[in-house]
Design a protein around this ligand. Structure first.
Ligand SMILES: [Zn+2]
Length: 166
């Protein structure tokens, strides 16, 4: 990746990780499902369902994510990029409105690796025009058409998150 590509990649990585943490806090990852590898999605959602069943939520608030490149490599049919994310946020475990663990008024910082995978045969661009509304604009970094909200399978043309050490 060139320096320019890398800086755009890291910006998108931070954006998506932040979004995942926000949705994780809400207890449902459906809206970020296309950011994630199906196996990882299943695992995280299972963890969420388990917590909800036990009347607990892991909550992340006021999230700020920074990403730096750890390593890039190619393996089998995929390109991999591992980034190290640093997250500043307020995090706590709650039951209904009661905080069980963590401080609601204090920001903590933690770091975790995030591994992105892109198939070698992925296309450069998914579509020129939205398949839903014909909008000629490229889809945004949410992987969603900004006009009609159609969600695209990122794995066909972009990196998806394969592993995330939350
Ligand atoms: Zn559209």
């Amino acid at each position: 990746m060139s320096e320019e590509q890398l800086s755009a990649f890291l910006e998108t990585a931070s954006f998506r990780v932040k979004k995942i943490l926000q949705e994780y806090s809400s207890g449902d990852l459906l809206r970020v499902q296309h950011f994630l590898d199906p196996v990882l999605y299943q695992r995280l959602q299972k963890e969420l369902n388990f917590n909800l069943k036990n009347d607990q939520r892991k909550v992340y608030e006021e999230i700020h994510v920074d990403s730096t490149l750890n390593r890039e490599y190619t393996e089998n049919d995929s390109f991999f990029v591992e980034v190290l994310c640093t997250c500043k946020c307020i995090s706590y475990i709650a039951r209904k409105e009661e905080v069980l663990f963590g401080l609601k008024d204090r920001r903590t910082t933690f770091a975790f690796p995030v591994l992105f995978e892109k198939k070698k045969d992925a296309k450069d661009v998914m579509v020129d025009r939205c398949l839903g509304c014909g909008n000629p604009l490229p889809i945004d970094r949410n992987g969603v058409c900004p006009q009609c909200g159609r969600v695209y399978d990122l794995a066909l043309f972009d990196y998806v998150i394969k592993e995330m050490g939350l």
